[in-house]
Design a protein around this ligand. Structure first.
Ligand code: SAM
Length: 247
């Protein structure tokens, strides 16, 4: 049956493409890609000649219509994004929903995902996690969004752009407190891959210490809130004041 295959592609290291992904990308009639020039390089590297068509946030509805027409003609289609898993902080979710509504199977060909890769090396994911993705770009809105997550016991996963990473960790420390730990992962699977776990209070200083640490693509994973003591906010406040007086 004609189907839409949602195919994960590498985050950087081309060897991370799965044999099944290569087989599917080679077998479908067309590949809907976020940036066709970018994805052409991946196809070239895999020795594939499948036709690419653009599906990005500005043409997603129209492109979804084209995908459905191909499916109706009996052809299968693959969906990829520039890196990682499509439809996760990437275009594709609306197209997937439209294809399902049109009654065609949607099949995952899983593989790299920056969020899951970072979670897997954080040590914070044992009891659950929440994928937040990109935060608002302005600090006030960002702090408000973080405030709503402050007491969440789940590990929190954020994507952030390099030019905002420094201000983002300052806001994370302000909202979650300097003791909460964070994983900073940059350039996963790439040549300059680096990851570190430290207290949020130390994160701005760590980033400042070397300009290279501000470069590349970032995932942040913040450990979940410690379990509440059950005392209530006022009792917690008084306890904190009393504890501060202890020798
Ligand atoms: N759909 C993709 C996924 O889930 O893997 C993510 C697409 S999103 C537009 C791009 C963001 O993913 C980047 O800004 C960065 O936060 C993260 N990212 C992608 N590749 C990465 C890498 N190699 N190392 C660290 N973060 C990465």
């Amino acid at each position: 049956t004609p189907s839409l295959y949602v195919v994960a592609t590498p985050l950087g290291n081309l060897h991370d493409i799965s044999p099944r992904a290569v087989a599917v990308l080679g077998a479908v009639a067309a590949i809907a890609a976020e940036d066709t020039r970018h994805s052409q390089r991946l196809l070239d590297a895999c020795g594939l000649r499948t036709r690419l068509m653009a599906l990005h946030e500005h043409n997603e509805q129209a492109a979804a219509g084209q995908v459905i027409r191909l499916l109706e003609e009996g052809d299968s289609v693959a969906l990829i994004s520039d890196a990682g898993t499509p439809a996760v902080s990437d275009p594709g979710a609306r197209a997937v929903a439209r294809v399902r509504e049109a009654g065609f199977p949607v099949i995952a060909v899983p593989g790299p995902c920056a969020a899951v890769a970072a979670l897997s090396i954080s040590g914070f994911g044992e009891h659950g996690f929440r994928f937040v993705g990109f935060l608002p770009p302005k600090s006030a809105a960002r702090r408000a969004a973080l405030d709503a997550l402050r007491d969440d016991a789940d590990a929190l996963i954020f994507y952030e752009a390099p030019h905002r990473i420094a201000e983002c960790v300052v806001d994370l420390a302000a909202v979650f407190g300097p003791q909460r730990r964070v994983l900073i992962a940059r350039e996963l699977t790439k040549l300059h891959e680096q990851s570190v776990v430290l207290a949020l209070g130390e994160a701005p200083g760590w980033l400042d210490a070397d300009p290279n640490r501000l470069r590349g693509e970032f995932v942040l994973v913040v450990e979940g809130a410690p379990p509440a003591s059950g005392l209530g906010a006022e009792a917690e406040r008084v306890l904190a004041l009393l504890l501060a007086e202890l020798p």
